[in-house]
Each structure stands twice: as structure tokens, then as C-alpha cells.
Design a protein around this ligand. Structure first.
Ligand SMILES: [Zn+2]
Length: 376
């Protein structure tokens, strides 16, 4: 069975809360931060509802899950206190991950700030060696994430990750988290040459290191080095390319984790598109959402078709406009999904009294294209 889910909240009742949220999206996997991703405050392990959560996971058919380390720790820092904090905190995170019964903790390798990439690589490896040595009694691997190349972050190329792995003594415990948005933003062509990208990954790092895949579309063109996520189908990568990733034999059996944000007016009130994205990529939209949902998607195709809108061209042209024309962006900063929503509402393309979330779910399925709809 496809292991697919999203980032979910670990607050309140810990693993139980996370499982409930994941269940509401129809997930078979999920990813948590053990506390806020932007700080290092953590609750004691006893208050994380681990036995209760595990029971709920089994009942919900959720198997392998993933932990993500907070992104503020920086193993690449030359500052002694920053580096020490990162090493100490990561050791505790690895132990917490082990206590939850999870085998992979995803880590942004780090940033070299005022030094250079070579320094960063050596420093990160030094930190990883310390963390792995102090946690060798655990069953936890550290999954280095492929990065977009924002600022001075390390991990923008497969070669940088391989260079870290090479310097880690116990590198049987280093795995990789492949992020679709990040590799695309770093310049790898997963849209038109996924086979080529994976082949290059295999020769530089080895496909057997991949333990987790992050599924995100990108707000920026390939090579932009930006790292801004958007729902599947609403960005430069597109549904077809993401679907190719999910169904690629080299990635079979890996947990696929969505980290796509809510896009719309009702920020904070509506859920991200996880439920629709999961059903689309698993191929059970009809079961999850029913026949009326599919009729609505058909209506959207009919409506946008009459407006001479092709879903892919519309998404790409809108991003291109927002990127290249500052005046146009100032006059109308709405992203593709927001524009499609406004068009559909303005012309009453859908009957029924839907919430913004429900309309966006239908738009997400529309963005998977006619070919997808024909196959349902
Ligand atoms: Zn990440």
C-alpha cells in the first residue's frame, strides 16, 4: 500500500492528536515535529501519548511515520555555542524519535553563513559524528534533506550531500529525504527528466539511501533557489510530474509526505489540501469524495474550457507574470489558485453552497487535468 500523508500537528495530546489529524486526511503515514519547528522547547516524553497514539495509528492503518528536526538548529555554524546547541539538541531529538518508535528523523543539513561550502560540509559532518556517537544505542537514522539552495544552505546538490556522508564514520545511519520542491528549485529537472535525476542521484549518493520523500509543488521555476511550497498542481512542477515521483519504481515503499500550505482568503480556518492531494495521488478520489465531487470537477473543466483556460498554461503564465512584471504583481498579487477560485465563484461555476476549502479541493482535482479525470 502507498505510504502517503502530510505534516500534522503534534501539540496537545501528542501522537494521538497527530494520528487524529492524519486520519482526517485519509493518510497512511505522516510527519511530526516533536515541538515547534522554530524553537527547541520540548515536552517530556511521558506526556506525548505514545502508547495511545500507536494504538490509534494501528486502528487507522497508519504504519511508518517520520519525525522532522526543528529547522533552527544549524550544524554548519562556525559559532561554538550555536554548533554545540545544535549537537546537544539533535541528540535529544534522536532519543525522542527513538522513544516514539520512528526510524528516520529528517534534518536540514545546515548553513555555512560567513564561511564557505567546504567549511559547512566538514562542520556538518563533525556534528553528525558527535550526534551519531552519542545515540548509537538507538534505531534512528538521520535523513539529510535535499535543499533548494536558499542563502548559504548546504545540500543544494547531490554532491554536497555525498561529501557529508563520506565524512561521517557511522554513515550507515545517514539516509536522505528527497524534497520535490527543493530539488526542482536547486535546478534538477524532475518535470521532464525524472529518470535522469534519479540516475544521477544513484550514481552520486545511491538510491538505497532515500528513506523519505517530501511532496511539494513549487512557486518558482526550476533553479530559482527559493524554497516556497504550494499545493500539488498549483506550481511549476505540476500534478503529472509529482504523480510520476509517487509511482516511480525506485521510490516504491517510501513514505511520501506533503508539506503544502493553505492558499486562500480564510487563512488559519481552513485545512490545507492534504485530503484531496492524498486521494488524487493514491487514486481513490471517487471513494473518498464521491460522484458529486467528480461531477463538480467536470463542471470546472467545462467552465474554464469555455474561458479558454488550460490549467497548466494558466498556472505557469500566472507565476511567470508575478515573477517578471512587478507592476502587474502590485496591481494583482493573487496566486494561480486564488485566481481560479475567484473566477469560479464570480461566474458561479459550481452549484451548491461550498466552503472555500471545498471549492479549493475541487480546484485541486481540476489541476490534475482532464487526463486524470478521464481515468477515474
Ligand atoms: Zn524539511
Amino acid at each position: 500500500m502507498l505510504k502517503i500523508g502530510s505534516h500534522v500537528s503534534f501539540s496537545d495530546k501528542g501522537l494521538l492528536t497527530a494520528t487524529d489529524e492524519a486520519k482526517s486526511y485519509g493518510s497512511s503515514s505522516f510527519m511530526i515535529y516533536t515541538g515547534a519547528p522554530q524553537n527547541t522547547r520540548r515536552k517530556p516524553i511521558e506526556s506525548l501519548y505514545i502508547p495511545e497514539g500507536k494504538e490509534a495509528m494501528t486502528a487507522a492503518g497508519i504504519g511508518e511515520i517520520v519525525v522532522h528536526a526543528p529547522y533552527i538548529v544549524n550544524l554548519g555554524s562556525y559559532k561554538e555555542d550555536t554548533f554545540e546547541l545544535a549537537v546537544n539538541f539533535l541528540q535529544e531529538e534522536v532519543r525522542r524519535t527513538d522513544a516514539i518508535g520512528v526510524n528516520n528523523i529528517v534534518l536540514h543539513p545546515g548553513a555555512y553563513t560567513d564561511k564557505d561550502a567546504e567549511y559547512g560540509i566538514a562542520r556538518i559532518a563533525e556534528g553528525l559524528n558527535e550526534v551519531l556517537e552519542a545515540t548509537k544505542h538507538t534505531n534512528v537514522n538521520i535523513a539529510l534533506e535535499t535543499m533548494a539552495g536558499k542563502g548559504t544552505e548546504i545540500g543544494r546538490s547531490f554532491e554536497e550531500l555525498a561529501a557529508i556522508i563520506e565524512r561521517v564514520h557511522d554513515n550507515g545511519r545517514i539516509t536522505i529525504c528527497l524534497d520535490t520542491c527543493h530539488v526542482h528549485d536547486a535546478g534538477y529537472d524532475i518535470v521532464d527528466d525524472l529518470d535522469g535525476v534519479l540516475k544521477s542521484f544513484d550514481s552520486v549518493i545511491g538510491l538505497d539511501r532515500i528513506a523519505v520523500v517530501h511532496l511539494n509543488d513549487s512557486k518558482n521555476p526550476r533553479g530559482a533557489g527559493k524554497d516556497r511550497h504550494t499545493p500539488i498542481g498549483s506550481g511549476w512542477i505540476g500534478y503529472d510530474a509529482i504523480n510520476n515521483v509517487v509511482s516511480h519504481p525506485a521510490l516504491a515503499g517510501k513514505p511520501f509526505i506533503l508539506e503544502t500550505p493553505w492558499i486562500g482568503k480564510n487563512a488559519g480556518k481552513e485545512r490545507p489540501m492534504y485530503e484531496a492531494e492524498i486521494a488524487l495521488l493514491r487514486g481513490d478520489v471517487d471513494v473518498r469524495f464521491g460522484g458529486e465531487f467528480l461531477e463538480d470537477v467536470e463542471r470546472l473543466h467545462h467552465f474554464f474550457g469555455k474561458q479558454d483556460i488550460d490549467h497548466r498554461a494558466f498556472v505557469l503564465n500566472t507565476w511567470e507574470l508575478l515573477k517578471s512584471d512587478a507592476k502587474a504583481r502590485k496591481a494583482d498579487p493573487r496566486e494561480p489558485l486564488e485566481r481560479l477560485y475567484d473566477l469560479a465563484m464570480e461566474h458561479r461555476a459550481l452549484s451548491g453552497d461550498y466552503s472555500e476549502e471545498a471549492v479549493n479541493q475541487r480546484l485541486t482535482a481540476y489541476l490534475a487535468g482532464r487526463e486524470w479525470l478521464a481515468k477515474v
